[in-house]
Design a protein around this ligand. Structure first.
Ligand code: NAP
Length: 481
């Protein structure tokens, strides 16, 4: 195996690296099945300690000049950029995505720190017109200790876009990364130290997720829970957080519609779909999952799509092809079950659909990038998130029909459509019940724009000017001379 870079494997609490009270567990490379390293494990006790230290650090950090907070966050962003190759290699080895995609994610993490560094200095309140001798002010105050729980699919950026605005606002944090990908989180923590982040301001705990989650959600000292992951776990954490009335943000599952209208640039639509769908092997909450194509252009679009599929290659993460492995065997079985269910009910596989045969893929959960046609509502894939490299094609005829179909989902995270007709663009951007709409583009997530969903995709926004507001409360100050 490619040598795994040196990264601390302990919990990071109050600026110290500590062993946990539980037995260490192994982390594996999903491309090869090889063990990468052991990782220390804590639990309720260490989480409570980290929360107490974060609380201890809160007053000092909140009182730190915003300009100084911004300087440290910029420093973290710059260190991430300086360490980009190393951080990307760590990510590819523990998560499996192709190396160049890891580099893009690491750069995106740096962007989150730089963007939010500036937001620290722009958290403007308001002066409200008031009667004579009175002054009405609104100021934004940091909430306090934040508990952040993140998934494995973007093991760096899902942390960055929570931590950067939280720290910018003056909050302190306890982070619980996903078990499959702790090293990306710990490698960031090493940079926090190098950037001079004061002790206790950011802490990282690993261990049994239900124990850590329970402590974070029920400890009264924690004032905010920010979670990215499955809808099921999000609902549980939301319920648990109710006991201590925390402010909560939930970035949950998605099942994005992707609509190709008859006036679309079909080349643009086909290449955009292939690029976006196979990013991170389809293990993306905003991945297009239902591809609606208008009947009159369906044949031509499908031909272009299949042509574009010729550029899609499977490889070990380190080989930097289009797609790597899925995260684990369970994920592969889920994709295969969706394909079997669909073909049993009449769908046709036009491309891929099997495990790749090359011997080098034998030890990882690889599956060929797939195009499947003839998807109907009675198939699991129509309503259930795939989280894998599958393009399911659905035919439609009228605008009304596709508007209704696109919104027929419990999720409401990302949506996309391709059209050059301004009236359609205006009408559909408003009709889609989704937190984000990409029109003739799949690039809907950047530091500058608010990211988040509606319905069972959750609530709260990350990035944009909205992001930092998840970590503050508005205080109204009414003054009489
Ligand atoms: P997951 O199983 O919900 O896990 C996410 C995180 O929650 C991990 O850190 C996990 O820890 C932790 N967790 C699991 N059970 C928990 C519990 N009982 N209490 C506290 N924490 C618990 O989701 P996933 O499989 O990693 O990620 C895939 C899902 O995330 C998909 O549905 C995807 O759509 C969604 N996602 C959403 C967004 C968004 O922005 N909306 C972005 C990316 C992904 P362990 O790893 O230790 O189990």
């Amino acid at each position: 195996m490619m040598k795994f870079p040196e990264v601390n494997n302990q919990l990071f609490i109050n600026g110290e690296w500590v062993d946990g009270s539980e037995d260490a567990v192994a982390v594996y490379n999903p491309s090869t099945g090889e063990k990468i390293a052991d990782i220390a494990q804590g639990g309720t006790k260490e989480t409570a300690e980290a929360i107490a230290y974060a609380e201890g650090a809160f007053a000092g950090w909140a009182a730190t000049d915003p300009k100084e907070r911004a300087r440290i966050l910029h420093k973290i962003g710059s260190l991430i950029e300086e360490n980009l190759d190393r951080l990307a290699l760590i990510m590819t080895l523990e998560q499996g995505k192709p190396l160049s995609q890891s580099k893009v994610e690491v750069q995106t993490s740096a962007d989150s720190f730089h963007w939010n560094a500036e937001e620290a200095r722009r958290l403007y309140g308001r002066a409200i017109p008031a009667p004579s001798e009175h002054h009405f002010l609104t100021v934004y105050q940091p909430l306090g200790v934040v508990g952040a729980i993140t998934p494995w699919n973007f093991p760096s950026n899902m942390i960055a876009r929570k931590i950067a605005p939280a720290l910018a606002a003056g909050c302190t944090v306890v982070i619980k990364p996903a078990s499959a990908t702790p090293f990306s989180a710990l490698a960031l923590a090493e940079l926090f130290v190098e950037a001079g982040l004061p002790k206790g301001v950011a802490n990282v705990v690993m261990g049994k997720s239900s124990d850590i989650g329970k402590e974070l959600t029920t400890n009264d000292t924690v004032k905010k829970i920010t979670f990215t992951g499955s809808t099921e776990v999000g609902q549980l954490l939301n319920e648990q957080s109710a006991s201590t009335l925390k402010k909560v943000s939930m970035e949950l599952g998605g099942h994005a519609p992707f609509i190709v209208f008859d006036d679309a640039d079909l080349d643009q639509a086909a290449t955009s779909l292939v690029t976006a769908k196979f990013r991170n092997n389809g293990q993306v909450c905003v991945s297009p999952n239902r591809i609606y194509v208008q009947k009159s252009v369906k044949k031509e679009f499908t031909e272009k799509l299949l042509e574009a599929m010729k550029t899609v290659e499977v490889g070990l993460g380190i080989e930097d092809k289009t797609v790597g492995p899925l995260i684990n065997e369970e994920a592969r079985e889920h994709v295969e079950a969706q394909l079997k269910d669909a073909t049993d009910k009449g769908a046709t596989i036009l491309h891929g659909g099997k495990r790749p045969e090359d011997e080098k893929f034998a030890n990882g959960p690889f599956i060929e990038p797939t195009v499947i046609d003839g998807i109907t509502k009675d198939m699991d894939i129509y309503y259930v998130e795939t989280f894998g490299p599958v393009i399911p094609l659905i035919e439609f005829e009228t605008d009304d029909e596709v508007a209704e179909a696109a919104n027929d989902s419990e999720f409401g995270l990302a949506s996309y459509f391709f059209s050059k007709n301004i009236a359609r663009i205006s009408r559909f951007s408003s009709a889609l019940e989704y937190g984000m709409v990409g029109v003739n583009t799949m690039a809907i997530s950047q530091a500058e724009t608010p990211f988040g969903g509606v319905k069972h995709s959750g609530f709260g926004r990350e990035n944009g000017t909205e992001g930092i507001h998840e970590y503050v409360y508005a205080k109204s100050v009414c003054i009489h001379d």
